[in-house]
Design a protein around this ligand. Structure first.
Ligand code: C5P
Length: 222
């Protein structure tokens, strides 16, 4: 059967990665978490003391420490020049700095080039903020995943609890709102729904319900 591209965009903690991983596994497609790339540059900037405001140096970091993925049975491992950073890019300092780093056009240009190359032969489920609008404008399926901010904060809070990370709920909610604000108001490729994307509101839905809604949309395109 024809291998299509599936673009999944949406705000922070809307469940994109969880759903994208399951869809990729079900279809035998490549899963690509583009947020991990922007998190990777942010991690490198912190590690190498490069200010988030220095666009040129951030791009240099990407040249020196290319970010690569390894597909695993349940997702992907992330590397920067061979160093595994899968867990490190989920730390709070990375999460709270990534929107500033991802707003730079030269950083985006570099990463978008990599993302387009990954998807050039189809068979990819890619999640991010600008996949349907800028990275894969011709993707056969475009989903815009949303959920109330309260539910997104609750999901993130439970995830943190399960990992033994103690977080203040209101702080978490504010951080999510702040990241959405920065991501949707930046000049270059802001977070927004592509005109031909289908909006799926996951508030109150289970993961399997969301997967099945998207699978029905995919079936109409395959
Ligand atoms: O998806 P995740 O929450 O891990 O993304 C982290 C950050 O990376 C986002 O808040 C956004 O600033 C940036 N991002 C982006 N474009 C993408 C994917 C993520 O700007 N395609």
């Amino acid at each position: 059967m024809k291998e299509i591209n599936i673009a999944i965009d949406g705000p922070a903690s809307s469940g994109k990665s969880t759903v994208a991983k399951i869809l990729a596994k079900n279809y035998g497609y490549i899963y690509t978490d583009t947020g991990a790339m922007y998190r990777g540059v942010t991690y490198l900037a912190i590690k190498h003391h490069v200010p988030f405001s220095d666009e040129e140096k951030l791009v240099e970091l990407l040249d020196r420490y290319p970010i690569t993925f390894e597909q695993t049975s349940d997702g992907q491992k992330v590397y920067a020049n061979g160093e595994e950073i899968t867990e490190a890019i989920r730390q709070n300092d990375v999460t709270n700095g990534v929107s500033e780093v991802s707003a730079w056009s030269k950083v985006r240009e570099k990463l978008v080039e990599v993302q387009k190359a990954i998807a050039k032969n189809g068979g990819v489920v890619m999640d991010g903020r600008d996949i349907g609008t800028a990275v894969l404008p011709t993707a056969e399926v475009k989903i815009f995943l949303v959920a109330s901010v309260l539910e997104r904060a609750e999901r993130r809070f439970k995830e943190n609890q399960a990992k033994g990370i103690m977080t203040d709920f209101d702080t978490l909610k504010q951080e999510i709102e702040q990241r959405d604000y920065l991501d949707s108001t930046r000049e270059v490729s802001p977070l927004r729904q592509a005109e031909d994307a289908v909006k799926v509101d996951t508030t109150g839905l289970s993961i399997s319900e969301v997967v099945s809604v998207i699978e029905q949309i995919v079936e109409t395109q395959k």
